[in-house]
Design a protein around this ligand. Sequence first.
Ligand code: AMP
Ligand code: ZN
Length: 110
Amino acid sequence: MSECLFCKIAAGQIPAKLVHEDEHTLAFRDINPQAPQHILLIPKKHLENMLGLDDATAAHMLAAMRKIAEAENFGRGFRVVANTGELGGQTVYHLHWHLLSGRHLGWPPG
Ligand code: AMP
Ligand code: ZN
């Protein structure tokens, strides 16, 4: 069995507050939110990060992102972040996109 945290969430072995699920993707609320709305969107299959992302999975994730943005009323704006690798600040090595909204998000990031 995979030791990957997000594979376990995808398999239902660790609970999460789900906001979206389809055949290829899953989205759930971040346990340590950095904005009023902070959702993590993942592919169900294990990919380490953006460097392993194939075109088909990217398309599934984009479609899910649009559905979530609509369902969560992200109309005033939101941000997508994919921390990648050590310098990118990635801590969980299962590809995930942070979807952040609900407040003005600063720029540049820290
Ligand atoms: P990153 O630093 O980009 O790899 O992001 C990992 C994210 O996963 C962080 O924002 C954590 O708060 C979040 N996280 C870690 N464990 C869980 C969990 N069990 N459920 C939901 N989010 C989690
Ligand atoms: Zn995984």
